[in-house]
Design a protein around this ligand. Structure first.
Ligand code: NI
Length: 137
């Protein structure tokens, strides 16, 4: 089994807040990410697929094809967007990095047909990233 990873980059804005909580509770839990007037992050997203190399190409998946899928399904949807307001699939969802990576999986998975989607890693800051393997529990 061989694993292939492709990276893409995008910028996005969000605000993390729970409308059922007071402002103080939101500030305590979400810190700067609760800022009323939004803030942005520079995200890196890594999509890893796995499989056996095709004898005709030597590839488990053409990396250019993976790049096209990631640009179309992730970058075009999220780059320079406000995750709370501009992304229909995130309406009513707390747009944490955890929830965004799960949505990215839903966008990408149907397009990985010649091998298997293994992991999506979403890097929010140089010190924080999340990884999702498609597990639901
Ligand atoms: Ni934030």
């Amino acid at each position: 089994m061989v694993y292939l990873t492709r990276r893409e980059h995008f910028n996005g804005a969000h605000r993390l807040f729970n409308p059922d909580w007071t402002e103080e509770q939101n500030d305590e839990v979400f810190g700067k990410c609760a800022n009323k007037n939004w803030h942005g992050h520079n995200f890196d997203v890594f999509v890893t697929v796995k499989g056996e190399p095709n004898p005709d190409t030597g590839f488990i998946m053409n990396a250019h094809e993976l790049a096209k899928i990631m640009k179309r399904e992730i970058v075009e949807r999220l780059d320079h967007k406000n995750f709370n307001m501009d992304v229909p699939e995130l309406k009513g969802v707390l747009p944490s990095t955890e929830n965004v990576v799960k949505q990215i999986w839903k966008w990408i998975a149907p397009h990985i047909t010649t091998c298997q989607l293994h992991c999506i890693k979403l890097v929010e800051t140089e010190n924080i990233y999340v990884e999702y393997y498609g597990e639901t529990s």
